[in-house]
Design a binder for this molecule. Structure first.
Ligand code: NAI
Ligand code: MG
Length: 360
């Protein structure tokens, strides 16, 4: 880095539950390596907000939690959720309030097939897959509006979806701009044949926004057909724009097509200010937790996205190069990708490549 001393960057770390804690350990070590090699300085606040805390204190985060986070430049999160605490409690008690309070309306989920990584789709289909899911992150199907009426055989449940013109417009605008910096193609996930109010609004607004971006080719596709295409022809995609629910599902599918949910990163971006939050797409994986098997790549790729966001583009690129190198060989990648390495071994390998003088 050039110029005067780098400013101290304030990071809030929320390891969460299960393998969230394990991959956060990798992230902390990588951040220390970045400090050493690049002269960046991170002031970290570690927060024990989790299902364990919920059992102990009765809430996922303290009442002033959002205020605490607001004093940071970015938030890094592992994963939350654990058997014994209903998933809607852990999600609505932590992640969703953070995303909404800070206006993190963009959920960016890049996905690639990495060199050397085996994928469940045939190699000729997997070649060159590199796309970005832009998921609407503040409204849509994930709403608190609704309720349950009555008990017994005649019980009813009603769940409203909320789609605002503003919400659809700003997310599609973001997706078009991303496409302009990439290969100029947007696929919009819809289902307006069956969902006739919210999804027809979605389609109309996408068309309006598309008309302002003549250099971008926009294709509307029903979510079911799009899911099939993602398996059969994943290299067709450049940028996918989707509602909260569709984007959530598609990005897990995308990660699986590219080898494992364990490599998928995400950024919850607050384009209008406020801290953004970076987290792997995967959950707390109780089935492998505590065994040292968790793939740290989803977390570390999220760290690279965070570094980029914080304008530390040089260490971000070096970290991505280190992750690519680790994915290339079975002995430096984890078992979910057909490898033999532990979380520890992948982390050590990546850190060795970040050491001063190695990567620059
Ligand atoms: P999950 O992502 O935790 O696990 C799904 C499968 O993928 C499991 O077989 C797991 O072993 C494997 N897997 C996930 N991440 C991996 C990694 N880094 N390395 C190797 N293998 C990995 O999803 P699941 O099982 O549906 O949810 C478990 C808990 O996590 C639930 O309580 C759920 O609510 C929560 N969750 C939290 C999320 C978050 O914090 N953003 C996202 C998804 C789930
Ligand atoms: Mg998901």
């Amino acid at each position: 880095m050039s110029g005067g001393p780098a400013p101290v960057i304030r990071l809030a770390l929320i390891p969460g539950d299960g393998i969230g804690v394990e991959v956060m350990e990798s992230a902390k070590e990588v951040l220390r390596a970045v400090e050493k090699a690049y002269g960046a300085e991170f002031a970290t606040t570690e927060l024990d907000w989790s299902c364990e805390r919920y059992h102990r204190e009765g809430d996922m985060m303290p009442p002033d939690g959002l205020e605490v986070l607001s004093r940071h430049d970015a938030i890094l999160l592992g994963a939350v959720g654990w058997p014994g605490v209903p998933d809607h409690v852990s999600l609505w008690g932590l992640l969703i309030p953070i995303r909404r309070a800070f206006g993190q309306y963009v959920n960016l989920r890049p996905m690639r097939v990495f060199e050397g990584v085996p994928t469940p789709v045939r190699p000729e289909l997997a070649a060159g897959v590199d796309f970005l899911v832009v998921r609407e992150n503040s409204e849509g199907e994930y709403s608190e509006v609704g309720g349950r009426i009555g008990r017994g055989p005649s019980e009813l449940a009603l769940q409203e979806s909320i789609f605002s013109r503003t919400g659809v417009e700003r997310i599609t605008e973001y997706a078009m701009k991303q496409a302009e910096g990439r290969r100029g193609r947007v696929h919009s996930a819809t289902k307006s044949n069956g969902i006739i109010h919210t999804m027809t609004l979605w389609d109309e607004v996408v068309d309006e926004v598309a008309s302002r971006h003549p250099g971008v080719t926009v294709q509307r596709e029903h979510i079911d057909a799009m899911a099939a295409r993602m398996v059969m022809r994943p290299s067709d995609f450049d940028v996918v724009v989707a509602s909260n629910l569709f984007g959530d599902i598609l990005s897990d599918l995308a990660a699986a097509v590219c080898g494992s949910i364990g490599i998928a990163p995400s950024a919850n971006l607050a384009p209008d200010g406020g801290p953004s939050m970076f987290e792997p797409v995967h959950g707390s994986a109780p089935d492998i937790s505590g065994k040292g098997l968790a793939n740290p790549v989803g977390m570390l790729w999220s760290v690279a996205m965070m570094l980029d966001h914080l304008r530390l583009s040089e260490p971000a690129a070096a970290l991505m190069a280190a992750l690519e190198a680790s994915l290339r060989e079975p002995h430096t990648r984890t078992a979910d990708l057909g490898g033999t390495a532990s979380t520890r071994e992948v982390t050590d390998f990546v850190i060795a490549l970040l050491a001063p003088g190695t990567s620059r």
